[in-house]
Design a protein around this ligand. Structure first.
Ligand SMILES: Cc1ncc(C[n+]2csc(CCOP(=O)(O)OP(=O)(O)O)c2C)c(N)n1
Ligand code: SF4
Length: 280
């Protein structure tokens, strides 16, 4: 497991930050699946959570806010032999990157997308994010948030994601199991992780979630309606686990160019006079 951690750069997160659980879940899952670190690419945007690639001994990309998924898709299309994990915050994914989230799920690109969902913008000192619950007091919502929270589970289902799950940073073993399933799934895998920001969100803490979360068991993961209904469940009881998992051809399976194999294995087409004629 230590092979997957970058020993030279220790995490700079606040002690107790939920992101540590995801670092452990990712490294434990890669170790369990025996995936060579050189065959893994972790892509991130901007935020506390998005510092993740620095702490891993894999290939990594730390790019623009909310723009991790187009990069991750491109990596997968260039070399489908790689395990591609996109990782970022709820602000990154559900605010700046919402459209990319939607379209990557719709395309069913074969990557794993894990979101550290702490209901605030952590790095920029705790403004309300799209998943902030009604009433949450933050710097931008001093009188309490008045906006209806974004629901990552039903959004991912609507968009067409073929694997939709929720984890909790207070349950690392379960989160590791979800991560293993997500990486093994062929298609777009999404895991929303309830992940306390211990510095800027004092309400959605480990103590808040622990008595509320329960493991999904016996649900029919191929049943969209049931998954959607469970996705709406929130309050005294909050389900974690796999809501939905089905098989559907990936973008790579269907695309005219990509279906012939990863781009690294394809001959580069040299432009001819005839090609240019077409645009003359
Ligand atoms: C286009 C753009 N808008 C805003 C910012 C400023 N910014 C940097 S990090 C951040 C918030 C990150 O929050 P989140 O994605 O929830 O991650 P967390 O820090 O909570 O892990 C913002 C708004 C930016 N870098 N780029
Ligand atoms: S500010 Fe919040 S999200 Fe950022 S490292 Fe600290 S606890 Fe984690």
């Amino acid at each position: 497991m230590n092979d997957y951690k970058n020993k030279r750069v220790p995490p700079d997160w606040c002690p107790g930050c939920g992101n540590f659980a995801q670092l452990s879940a990712i490294t434990m899952a890669l170790a369990e699946l025996k995936i060579d670190p050189k065959d893994v690419v972790v892509a991130s945007g901007i935020g506390c959570s998005s510092n993740m690639p620095e702490f891993l001994n894999t290939y990594g990309y730390h790019g623009l806010h909310g723009r991790l998924l187009p990069f991750a898709s491109g990596v997968k299309w260039a070399n489908s032999k790689l395990t591609v994990i996109a990782y970022g915050g709820d602000g990154d994914g559900f605010f700046e990157g919402t459209q990319h989230f939607f379209h990557t799920a719709k395309r069913n690109v074969d990557i794993t997308y894990m979101v550290s969902d702490n209901q605030v913008f952590g790095l920029t000192t705790g403004q309300a994010s799209p998943t902030a619950p009604i009433g949450l007091r933050t710097k931008t919502t001093p009188d309490g948030n008045i906006e209806t929270p974004f629901n990552p589970i039903t959004f991912a289902l609507n968009a067409g994601a073929t694997f939709v799950a929720r984890g909790f940073s207070g349950d690392i073993k379960h989160l590791k199991e979800l991560t293993v399933k997500a990486i093994k799934h062929k298609g777009f895998s999404f895991i929303d992780v309830l992940s306390p920001c211990v510095t800027w969100n004092k309400e959605n803490s480990y103590e808040y979630f622990r008595p509320r979360v329960y493991h999904l068991e016996g649900n029919d993961v191929t049943n969209f309606d049931q998954a959607y209904k469970l996705g709406l469940e929130w309050g005294d009881k909050i389900p974690i686990g796999v809501f939905y998992e089905v098989e559907r051809p990936t973008y790579e399976d269907l695309d005219e160019v990509l279906k012939d194999g990863p781009l690294i294995d394809q001959k580069i087409h040299q432009l001819t006079e005839d090609d240019l004629e077409e645009f003359a």
